[in-house]
Design a protein. Structure first.
Length: 207
C-alpha cells in the first residue's frame, strides 16, 4: 500500500511540474527560452483578455513567411510609432489650375498602406466642354500611389483644367493609414472584359 501511495504522489508531481525548454528555471507550466514553431493550428484555451487600462503588454504573432512556416514571434507594440489604423485629414488650397499631379505624402511604403476616403471638392463647378458632339467634364482622378519608396497623392482632372487660376477651390481628403505589422497590401488583379459590361475576375486574391 505504501508503494502504491508513493507511486501516485510521484505521478501527480510530474503532472503539475513546470517544464522548461532552453532554461533550467521555468517560470510557468511551459517556459520556452528561444523560438517557437507552430506548423499547424495554434490553439489556445481560455486566456485573460487585455483591458483598455492595461499597459506594457506584448502581442504574439505567427509568421507565414518563415522557413518552415509557423514561427511565433512577439509584436512589440512599444516600438510602433503609429496605431494599427490611423486617420489623418488634409486640406489643399491655392493650387495652380487646381491640379495635384504628384504630392509626396512621405509615408514609408515598406511600413504603411495609405488609402483615400471622404474626398470633398469645394468651390466652382467643373465646366463642361463640347467634345465629339457631347459635353464632357474630363476624367477626375483621386488616388494614392507608390513612387520612390513613399506614398504619393494625385487629385486632378487629367483632361481639363478646372479653373483658369483666378477662381479657387479646395480639396479635403482623409487618409486611412494602415500599419503593415497588422495589414498587407494585396496585389492588383487585372481582368480584360473585352468590351463587355459583365464578366468574371481573372484570379482570386491570395489572402
Amino acid at each position: 500500500m505504501n508503494k502504491v501511495t508513493f507511486l501516485l504522489l510521484f505521478i501527480m508531481n510530474i503532472g503539475f511540474a513546470q517544464v522548461g525548454v532552453g532554461t533550467l528555471n521555468p517560470q510557468a507550466e511551459l517556459d520556452i527560452n528561444g523560438s517557437l514553431l507552430v506548423q499547424q493550428e495554434f490553439v489556445t484555451g481560455s486566456l485573460p483578455t487585455v483591458k483598455i487600462t492595461d499597459e506594457n503588454f506584448k502581442l504574439l504573432t505567427r509568421l507565414t513567411n518563415s522557413s518552415p512556416v509557423g514561427e511565433i514571434r512577439v509584436l512589440n507594440v512599444d516600438s510602433l510609432t503609429v496605431a494599427p489604423i490611423n486617420v489623418v485629414n488634409y486640406r489643399f488650397d491655392n493650387i495652380y489650375l487646381d491640379n495635384l499631379t504628384d504630392v509626396d505624402l512621405q509615408y514609408d511604403a515598406n511600413k504603411y498602406i495609405v488609402g483615400v476616403a471622404n474626398f470633398r471638392y469645394v468651390g466652382d463647378a467643373i465646366k463642361k466642354i463640347a467634345t465629339g458632339g457631347t459635353n464632357s467634364i474630363g476624367a477626375f482622378v483621386v488616388r494614392t500611389f507608390i513612387q520612390n519608396g513613399t506614398w504619393h497623392l494625385e487629385i486632378r482632372n487629367r483632361f481639363l483644367d478646372i479653373t483658369d487660376g483666378t477662381e479657387g477651390i479646395q480639396y479635403y481628403v482623409t487618409f486611412i493609414i494602415y500599419d503593415k505589422s497588422y495589414f498587407k497590401n494585396l496585389p492588383a488583379i487585372t481582368t480584360n472584359l473585352n468590351g463587355s459590361q459583365i464578366g468574371v475576375a481573372s484570379s482570386v486574391p491570395n489572402l
